[in-house]
Design a protein around this ligand. Sequence first.
Ligand code: ASP
Length: 331
Amino acid sequence: MSKVRLITTGGTIASSRQKGTDRVVANVSGAELRSRLHDPLDGIDIEVDDFCSVGSFAFDLPLAFSLARHIDMVLADESCDGVVVTHGTDTMEESCYMADLLVRSDKPVVFTGAQRHAGDPDTDGPRNIAEAIRVAAAPQARGLGAVVVFEQDIHAGRDVTKAHTSRVDTFRSNAYGKLGEVDGEDVVIHRRPAQRFHVDAQKVVPEVELMKLAMGNSPAFLEFAVAQGARAIVIEAFGRGNAPNGFAEAIAPIVDGGTPVIVASRCHEGRTRAIYGGGSGGKDLADAGVIFSGDLSGLKARILASVLLGREAGTERFRRDFERAASVPAS
Ligand code: ASP
């Protein structure tokens, strides 16, 4: 008999229409979710663990950090073979990547959710939970890191992103593709992630801001963010990592003042690389002291920065480990 812990956090999967209102809210307990499964999941013992009950749009970094620590503690119990976390889809990729960075065990950590709420006659929740439980109980899913299981597909926490606002097959791993799939009772793994990184952090630093760049926009937000207490800033820049005029000049004093500025790309696929001059091209941003985030999206770069800052290990080690986790050659 394998043993899987079902950790619930709320989200659409655990939501239904609130009586007398037009709102869908997180109001379904873990025990109810468990009782609504159609798949008997023979040979798997499921232990329900209600962690919190919120829409994932209400998650913040300290809550995602304590969730990752909780998963770590649960998996330290030898009798537990894996965990499933039910979570809203809106920010699932962020909590999943944080768990991927922090959890020490190689046992399966499987995030899942639903696009159609628990009161919807056509909810996708029970099937996603059952498939996630099969992955959490599967020995072949060990060592994959934290994953998202949704609509049969298994995605790496580092790569996965929510791609569609409402369709049930919303998750994608863009350029890299999924790791495997659930086919009935079978869990099939096609490939294993080579880009994993562990962070030993005792706390998270939530003051990491993210700015998406648009043609001709102003760097004033960067100064505002620093004045508000930002400890790092991620910018989702153009293409290979280029910005509108004025950004390099605004970034240099921020980096000199000890606040890391990280450059991701607003493209969904590919890597950053310093190539261009011309004002605030990648070479100019590199001269200003930015850290490039390789193929890590802005969202994932922000999660990585928040846990690396939590070690209070100094800016040089922050840069070195960020570049290693993002597999960027050291600058
Ligand atoms: N639409 C969201 C969900 O899928 C709401 C949330 O993220 O909590 O759960």
